[in-house]
Design a protein around this ligand. Structure first.
Ligand code: HEC
Length: 128
């Protein structure tokens, strides 16, 4: 004879369904918590980047090392689009997200710190 709650749930179909809902509910909470944590991290990164004053020269070097393969040595576009006047078309926030989030394959996401991201942004602002 067993009196444990799990066997009670096994015998009572209603209780079993509720257990299922509870598990799904807990999983959803975890996913939402995880996503909002990630979002917060991205926002902090963006705020920090926007506060910094980037260096055009360092941004130029970074661009030559990481971006020319797809956007071309003069940023006139190859696989990726022409990036001249990009700062008129996209906000700084949108550009930062483009670089760090990898939402538009084949462009990869870049692991970059906020100082370097700020340098890159300053460089992109010079492409007009
Ligand atoms: C593997 C190729 C590749 C590399 C490397 C790459 N990009 Fe891209 N990039 C693309 C492609 C392709 C797109 C167009 C994506 C789309 O919107 O479909 C793009 C789009 C962009 C856009 C948005 C352009 C627009 O008109 O909306 C920006 C800004 C950009 N890239 C910046 C960069 C920067 C800065 C780097 C270097 C840190 C970089 N990319 C490296 C391929 C690449």
């Amino acid at each position: 004879m067993t009196t444990s709650s799990s066997s009670a749930a096994d015998k009572n179909p209603k209780l079993k369904i509720w257990k299922k809902y509870l598990i799904i509910f807990v999983i959803i909470i975890f996913i939402v918590a995880f996503l909002s944590f990630n979002q917060q991290e991205t926002d902090t990164f963006i705020m920090k980047t926007l506060e910094l004053k980037g260096s055009v020269e360092d941004g130029d070097v970074l661009f030559k090392m990481n971006c020319v393969g797809c956007h071309g040595i003069t940023a006139r576009g190859l696989v990726g689009p022409d990036l001249h006047s990009i700062t008129n078309r996209l906000s700084d926030i949108e550009i930062i997200k483009q670089v760090v989030q990898g939402r538009t394959p084949p462009m990869p996401s870049f692991e970059i710190d906020s100082q370097n991201m700020s340098n890159l942004l300053r460089y992109l602002h010079t492409l007009n």
